[in-house]
Write a new protein. Structure first.
Length: 267
């Protein structure tokens, strides 16, 4: 089934639980989109289970606090899962000894270092145990700028056998109609140069598996997102029905595997 719908009122009865992507679906860093907020309130009143998942490098506690500031009450969803959470869980489980990370972009590092104060960051790639990629520096604004900016340090890292750990596999995001680069572009370049990458978040299985666990493994689940590869295809691998938001991306129903299509989240 591939169907264009005008609002969730047409399909909510088909599902017991709902998964929503954040950026471009519920908000773009500012206030929660009014129609999206109304939709979440309607689902809450109908006692539908809702979780939010995001490829943000922010940890969930920071993400929840930010969403409150943006106007989204915590009572409207069960949990928010981020790529940052999954990456952090991996580091906590696998990196027992203190590590030195070459961090990109280090503005995120203070919140991350709280998971283990013994881990440190270094600006010298020859001292690093791994690269931790959290964001793209603001001075790298275009895809063609990635290689000249990073290839030197990436080549050094690959020669030393370092892994690049990516806490946001998105390639791009749109903010106020402007394209912003995301860490997935850097991990892609690292792989092109022959390096090994560990990526966390959508479309990889762990974030969907954890989300389904939180929801109690319901049989009827709908994932709403705005990106074909990360949101739609990632959810489809878990037999989750999908709804593609078409307003803020170039994906079209002709190319998408989504179950439903909607211009924007609305009831």
């Amino acid at each position: 089934m591939n169907k264009i719908v005008k609002g969730f009122h047409e399909i909510y009865q088909e599902y017991d639980a709902f998964i929503f992507d954040l950026w471009g679906v519920l908000y773009e860093g500012g206030p929660i989109f009014p129609e999206a907020l109304n939709t979440l309130k309607q689902l809450h009143s109908l006692k539908k289970s809702v979780i939010l998942i995001s490829n943000s490098p922010f940890l969930s506690k920071d993400c929840r606090a930010n969403l409150v500031e943006c106007g989204l009450s915590e009572e409207l969803y069960k949990e928010v899962l981020t790529a940052g959470d999954l990456c952090m869980q991996y580091l906590q489980a696998h990196l027992i000894e203190p590590q030195k990370f070459y961090v990109i972009d280090k503005n995120y590092w203070p919140a991350w270092q709280t998971f283990n104060p013994l881990h440190t960051q270094t600006e010298n790639i020859e001292e690093a145990d791994a690269i931790l990629c959290l964001a793209v520096p603001s001075e790298v604004a275009l895809p063609e700028e990635v290689a000249p900016y990073f290839d030197h340090v990436f080549t050094q890292a690959i020669n030393r056998g370092l892994k690049l750990i990516c806490a946001n596999p998105d390639l791009f995001a749109f903010c106020s109609q402007k394209m912003r680069l995301r860490p997935g572009l850097l991990s892609l370049r690292y792989q092109q140069l022959g390096g090994e990458v560990l990526s966390f978040g959508k479309p990889f299985p762990a974030i969907f598996e954890q989300g389904l666990k939180i929801l109690g493994y319901p049989k009827r689940v709908l994932m709403t997102g705005d990106t074909e590869y990360t949101d739609i295809q990632g959810a489809a691998r878990h037999n989750i029905d999908t709804l593609l938001i078409t307003q803020r991306n170039k994906d079209t129903p002709l190319r998408s595997q989504a179950t439903y299509f909607m211009e924007q989240v609305k009831w």
